[in-house]
Design a protein. Structure first.
Lengths: 324, 516
């Protein structure tokens, strides 16, 4: 066991895989000499050399394109988007090449595209986004969003070993704020499986990434008032763990879907639709979505604070749903 | 000739001040018509005329304070008017409520700023009371009651949601005898007939919730052949929640067959038939108030307290206990307990121990009522009421009968600490079979606590203090406490209660030092 931050866990997973498998390499802006804008790849250049730690030009499209090419040639690239917000520049490469390669040509593209997402750090509109919903509608991609160091390590390992493209969303707010004991050695968390972060009986919160911690905080506060909240950590967004989602919905009959991506067109709609289709007869109340309003992420701290869901706003929703 | 006197508004009130006369000398008065207003220590009130006639004499002017029963005015027979001006059009009798200032339906006349209900200014012909359409300020419209946690027998009451002051005649209350839930005050909106024949598009959201509730509730109702009309709804808009219907089903299997038209004569079970509770406005338009929504714990406490009173036949018996021996043992062993086991030895573990022993001897105090049966509980799960900043909570020491004094002291310390730091688990505040509460900690001599359903008794500990008492025909100073037991007279008779208390008293006064 080692006490690792979320960021340490990601770094360690990549390090161990690079040690284990010579085909694995990293590329991205400032990943080499600088060690990564957030220091995730600190020490990698010294350990693995220029051949496996590549500082790229500022071109996300080129980064992902090169990764796709390398993957088609048998390598296992980990492509970093310095801020996941800029993945929009690599959209075509991901959606039209990486995602469809196996379907179209029978050639898998085992790349990992990773980057820091999310707000709460005064990053403003271009350094705080959560892009998962743009890609959830793309068959051929997988999307993971860990909330804990153990899941961060386990999902990174699984992502690197996965034969198909995986979008790995690491939430920057959690980088150094979340620490836990992570088992030594190989940690494998399966892609596509959610986890009950807190069992409960009165109502469920389905969430992931930074909002998972908000959900847990609100659940603890609710417990003091006698409301027993179950919290499901999705961990993977594509494919969603339908079984876990429907099981918790059927168990409590009352569900809150909580995410940091903005409301309209966010992942919440998909999850609520699944629940309505598959758990309708078990519902004792309408399914509730909690998400920030439909605006770019504000920079001004009071606005950002208002924008993001927090334990109080979730607490209010919990009480209202409990009373329904 | 009738004397009009200063009334006594409350037991401890000795005088009152006349603040206003609604009639002048020579006016005709009708019996029960508001005649004058007074102000007392406790309440301001309108006082009705005790007889009809002519007001012949006013002896006490506004602003004057007199003792109760003082004659303040005289009403003479109608013909004996002495040089009085012709009376103005007789006032229509208004609904007069002398005492509590709370307004009954018809909205109060806004022209009268006092706490009095509707009154007519003396000389003017009075229009009929304003139509009850006066909109109430938007009070918390539906503070839907919360279904009680599983430990309690039945769902809580629905506080009658706010509506225009005219509450229609409550629908007749005909709970099926089998229904486990207490009947609640009727929702003011004429409850939807729950007749699914009407097209859904025509129904309002409230009606849809009342008639169709939710998918899971419909499913359960269909599976068990339950008519949703027969189930008390505690959810939003008065709908039947999942918990409501599940509780209803539990009650149905517990007692016998289905909806009788005539409720069985006072079924002993958890059924508590409540008469329709008239809506009494908590405040009037224009009154200065601050409305703060109740916290969930407050709501639950409120619901449980009235529910408990409706379910059980509450009787309290108070016993005086000499705590000197316990005091002595406490002093003697306190340090040892602290040093050896890091446990604070308070009075409570001694009381808990004595209570457990008494419960073993008179087990009906550790039971519950189910329908027409008494459920004797084999285990003693001792609830200990704790008053926290944010509300009342009752953590439970499970299987207290298996613990010795040290074990009890440890459990008490631990639960209290975790209650304060909000670290109790949900199952630690459920499942108690008897409760001990401590009104004495705040100085009360003794309390008359409310039973924690579904238990049948609760023991209150009064303040422990030195008092002079008689021992062997001499005055001695002893550490004394009043212990009060509230018990459910449905199954616990006075003799049981007193035998129990005698056991507790003996247990404390002759506490076995070997137990420490």
């Amino acid at each position: 066991m080692a006490l690792l931050t979320y960021l340490d866990a990601i770094r360690l997973a990549m390090l161990e895989e690079m040690q284990r498998d010579p085909r694995v390499f990293v590329l991205g802006q400032d990943v080499g000499a600088y060690g990564g804008a957030f220091r995730v790849t600190a020490g990698f250049l010294e350990t693995f050399g220029e051949g496996r730690v590549i500082d790229t030009p500022i071109s996300e499209s080129a980064i992902v394109g090169a990764a796709i090419g390398a993957a088609l040639m048998g390598m296992r690239p980990i492509a970093e988007m310095q801020f996941i917000d800029f993945i929009s520049l690599a959209f075509d490469q991901l959606v039209n090449y990486a995602a469809k390669s196996r379907y179209r040509w029978g050639a898998g593209v085992p790349i990992v595209v990773r980057g820091p997402c999310g707000g709460g750090v005064h990053g403003g509109p271009y350094h705080s986004q959560n892009p998962e919903s743009y890609f959830m509608n793309v068959p051929g991609l997988k999307i993971v969003a860990p909330a804990t160091p153990t899941d961060a390590k386990g999902l990174m390992t699984s992502a690197i070993r996965d034969p198909d493209p995986v979008l790995y969303l690491e939430h920057k707010f959690l980088y150094r704020r979340v620490k836990e004991d992570v088992p030594d050695g190989e940690v494998l968390v399966p892609i596509g499986k959610a986890r009950i972060a807190r069992p409960g009986s009165h109502l469920s919160i389905v969430s992931y990434a930074a909002m998972l911690h908000v959900a847990l905080e609100a659940a603890e506060a609710a417990a003091a008032e006698g409301i027993d909240v179950e919290v499901l950590d999705l961990r993977t967004l594509l494919p969603l763990d339908e079984e876990a989602i429907l099981t918790t919905a059927a168990k409590t009959g009352k569900v809150i879907v909580l995410h940091e991506a903005t409301r309209t067109g966010g992942p919440g709609g998909e999850i609520v639709a699944l629940i309505a289709e598959g758990a309708f007869e078990s519902l004792d109340a309408p399914v509730v979505r909690l998400a920030p309003p439909d605006t770019p992420v504000p920079y001004a701290p009071p606005l950002e604070e208002y924008f993001l869901p927090n334990a109080q706003s979730v607490g209010k929703a919990i009480r209202a749903l409990y009373d329904y | 000739m009738t004397d009009v006197i200063m009334p006594q508004m409350g037991e401890s009130i000795a005088e009152g001040t006349v603040t206003k006369w609604m009639k002048a000398v020579g006016d005709t008065v009708e019996r029960d018509e508001p005649l004058f207003e007074i102000s007392t220590d406790k309440v301001d009130a309108e006082i009705p005329a005790p007889a009809s006639g002519i007001l012949t004499e006013i002896r006490v002017q506004p602003g004057t304070t007199v003792s109760i029963n003082t004659v303040v005015a005289v009403i003479g027979a109608a013909a004996a008017a002495s040089a009085a001006p012709p009376a103005p059009a007789p006032q229509p009798p208004s609904p007069v409520v002398p005492a509590p200032p709370a307004a009954a339906p018809p909205a109060p006349n806004p022209a009268v700023p006092t706490a009095a209900p509707v009154s007519a200014p003396a000389a003017a012909p009075v229009a009929p009371p304003p139509a009850p359409a006066a909109p109430r300020p938007p009070a918390p419209a539906t503070l839907p009651a919360r279904p009680t946690p599983p430990a309690l027998a039945a769902p809580a009451l629905v506080p009658a949601p706010v509506a225009p002051a005219a509450v229609p005649a409550p629908p007749p209350i005909a709970p099926p005898a089998a229904q486990a839930a207490p009947v609640v005050p009727p929702p003011p909106a004429p409850p939807a007939a729950r007749d699914d024949a009407r097209p859904q598009a025509d129904m309002s959201v409230d009606e849809l919730r009342q008639t169709r509730s939710s998918p899971v509730v419909r499913r359960i109702a269909a599976e068990h052949n339950v008519d949703l009309n027969a189930v008390t709804g505690t959810g939003i808009s008065g709908r039947v929640t999942k918990q409501d219907i599940l509780t209803h089903l539990e009650g149905r299997t517990a007692s016998a067959p289905p909806a009788a038209d005539v409720p069985a004569p006072a079924a002993l079970g958890a059924t508590a038939v409540a008469p329709a509770v008239p809506v009494v406005a908590p405040y009037r338009p224009g009154e200065r108030v601050e409305i703060i929504p109740m916290s969930p714990i407050r709501k639950r406490t409120a619901e449980h307290m009235v529910l408990s009173k409706r379910i059980s036949a509450h009787v309290s018996t108070v016993w005086e206990v000499d705590m000197t021996r316990v005091d002595h043992l406490r002093q003697k062993y306190r340090q040892a307990y602290q040093e050896r086991s890091n446990v604070k030895l308070t009075y409570l573990p001694f009381i808990v121990k004595a209570t457990i022993d008494a419960l073993k001897a008179i087990p009906v105090l550790n039971s519950s009522v189910e329908g027409e049966s008494i459920v004797f509980k084999k285990d003693i799960h001792m609830g200990l009421a704790v008053a926290l900043d944010w509300g009342l909570i009752v953590p439970v020491v499970r299987n207290a009968e298996e613990k010795n004094l040290l074990g009890i002291a440890k459990a008490v310390n631990d639960l209290a600490e975790r209650a304060r730091t909000k670290k109790l688990k949900v199952d630690e505040v459920q499942g108690g079979t008897f409760t001990i509460t401590n009104p004495g900690v705040f100085g009360s001599l003794f309390g008359t606590p409310i039973i924690n359903q579904p238990q049948v008794a609760i023991l209150g500990i009064g303040t422990i203090e030195k008092r002079p008492v008689v021992r062997d025909d001499a005055i001695a100073i002893r550490s004394m406490a009043y212990l009060s037991l509230t018990f459910d007279h449905r199954i616990v008779d006075g003799s049981d209660a007193d035998r129990f208390m005698a056991h507790v008293k003996k247990g404390l006064q002759e506490f076995d030092e070997n137990a420490l």
